[in-house]
Design a protein around this ligand. Sequence first.
Ligand code: HEC
Ligand code: HEC
Length: 397
Amino acid sequence: MKNVTAFICLLFCLLVFFSCEKERNLDDYSNEEYALISQELTLPQVVNSYQLELKEHFLPPGKTYPKVNTVSFGDIYSNNNKATLGRVLFYDKTLSLDRNVSCGSCHHPERAFSDDKQFSEGVGEVITKRNTLALATTLSFKISYSPIDPSLSRSKFSWDDSAADLPQQVKNAFLSENEMNIEEEEIKQRISERPFYSILFKKAFGTDEVNSDRIAESISAFVDAISSVNSKFDKGLESAALFSVDKDFYNFTAEENEGKKLYNANCASCHTDKHNFTVKATANNGLEMEYSDNGIGGRLNDPDFYGVFKIPFLRNIELTAPYMHDGRFETLEEVVDHYSEGIVNHSNLSDELKDENGNPLLLNFNQEEKSALVAYLKTLTDKEVTSDEKFLDPFKG
Ligand code: HEC
Ligand code: HEC
């Protein structure tokens, strides 16, 4: 009898042991790994999920979550271990020439991953040539795809579309003299100085080999996961009949609904009405007769594109002042004044901002309309994405 009880006990213990073993996710860290990581980083032992749950109104017509068509729509899921490694690399200041600058030095979470400066300081206090672009302005860069015309897909990065894709943008940031000014070999050296990286690379890629492709891929996975989907605007859209932006939103004030109408009539042809997919990728919005920075035209050395810049998404725009490629406007009121009475007749001015005679539009908003537009733009703020712990700096001290 004793033997039988002992046998049953043993069986039970084994069962518990194996079921626990099975449940331990291989993605998570062992106690030993976690102790080492925790010396310098605050990361959860159970790896964060960076999976993006898209609501239906964000999907192209005819597609429903989670059956996202991976061929035409791209893989929306970020690999959790790659994104975790990307998060650490994103905030690691030792990966710049003077060990003082990380991606996070210019892309601050509380500013929707931009900053409050006209131009930002890179290594050696060299300043950037343009205003820092925010990262939390999209549903996620990966899906800022144009279902209407795939050639418009927001696949290019920077104000002058100079980076073909996100990994390229990351590599450029490391190499740029105005940003981190560091070459691949030096980055590898710096990474090898910190033992926790060996664990993070193994989790992400299977081996601890470090190279610029792996660095770019993991930082891209992190940046892709920064997605803003919970603004007041999104809540309104979610409960609107047929996800239509045309009727008033129940959760908006009268002023915000008025602003929505004005926005849809005058701005959405470039900046999109649902703030989801690209409708037009680049434009000239008539800031100057002659630009000192010609944007895409300057890069291509082609006058037909002088003064043409990327059309930014406007999610979290309230948090990302100053505005435009050169940070010339300090407030949203100044931006609205520009569109109301300041558009100039540049030879490349986009048609959306011209009247039937080809002259710059004079939208001439009155004071109430201006305030309404600004009130509407502020409904695009999503404080969840700016405070979500999994996007914050994990370094201790
Ligand atoms: C010194 C400040 C600074 C640092 C450091 C920096 N950036 Fe940027 N970032 C900028 C500026 C300025 C732009 C706009 C560049 C341009 O258009 O010429 C930008 C643009 C971007 C964009 C393009 C967004 C878009 O919508 O096209 C991404 C993505 C980005 N940075 C990610 C990163 C990552 C990742 C790192 C670290 C590897 C990094 N940045 C480091 C200032 C910085
Ligand atoms: C022809 C297309 C077009 C239309 C229409 C348009 N914009 Fe823009 N918008 C742009 C472009 C291009 C830029 C960037 C220009 C630059 O920096 O040189 C921009 C920049 C902005 C910015 C600054 C974004 C940032 O991150 O700095 C805001 C805000 C903005 N637009 C709001 C509006 C509003 C409000 C309207 C309607 C009254 C509007 N836009 C109409 C093309 C357009």
